[in-house]
Design a protein around this ligand. Sequence first.
Ligand code: HEC
Length: 189
Amino acid sequence: MLGNKTLKSTLIGGLLTIAGIAFSLQANAACNLVSTIDGKPLNIKVTADDSDAAKKFLETCKNPYNEIFEKDATALKKLGRRAYNYNNCTGCHGGKLEGVMAPGLKKQPVGGQSQWDNQWVYPKNATDKGMFETIAGGTPGKSGKGVMFKWHKQVEGHTGDGLTTDEILQAIAYIRTKYEGTDGKTWLK
Ligand code: HEC
């Protein structure tokens, strides 16, 4: 039979463990990323290779590459265009983001290829948090053109070698520079 003392220390130990788990979850997920597929948490953690920009995004949900690319055209080409082109985003979304077998990503107001071209299939992509979730954790297929892979290395079932937080943020900031839509630059607010 358990003595009173043992019971107490077990209880206290248990409570401390729960507090510890709650704390570490909070520390890792200040931005509270969730999957576009099912709304469940996407637990993306800071790694040793992450740049300051990636760390800042995971804390604040704001993509520092927007500003970096706005000021520095070489960085835009070197990091942004590379992140988009070298990972075969072009294969499905087009070299000019015009949409091929997947929705266009520049959201031109008229003359697009599909009904989705002037609006996001997933409206949350108007924010950087939303677009990061869509690319990192994949999509459920609302466009009728199929689903998109999970891209982040830390997400289970990711495609190929997967992408880092930095690479996804760079691709997003590149996509933002091509935006032609009319509903304001939400991601800069
Ligand atoms: C094999 C084809 C394929 C590749 C490669 C691909 N995508 Fe997609 N992507 C899709 C499809 C299909 C959709 C629509 C998914 C849906 O309806 O759920 C999509 C949707 C998206 C959306 C949301 C569009 C919207 O209107 O809401 C973004 C953003 C996106 N992709 C970015 C990327 C980026 C960045 C890359 C490269 C890292 C990439 N995609 C590579 C097929 C692809």
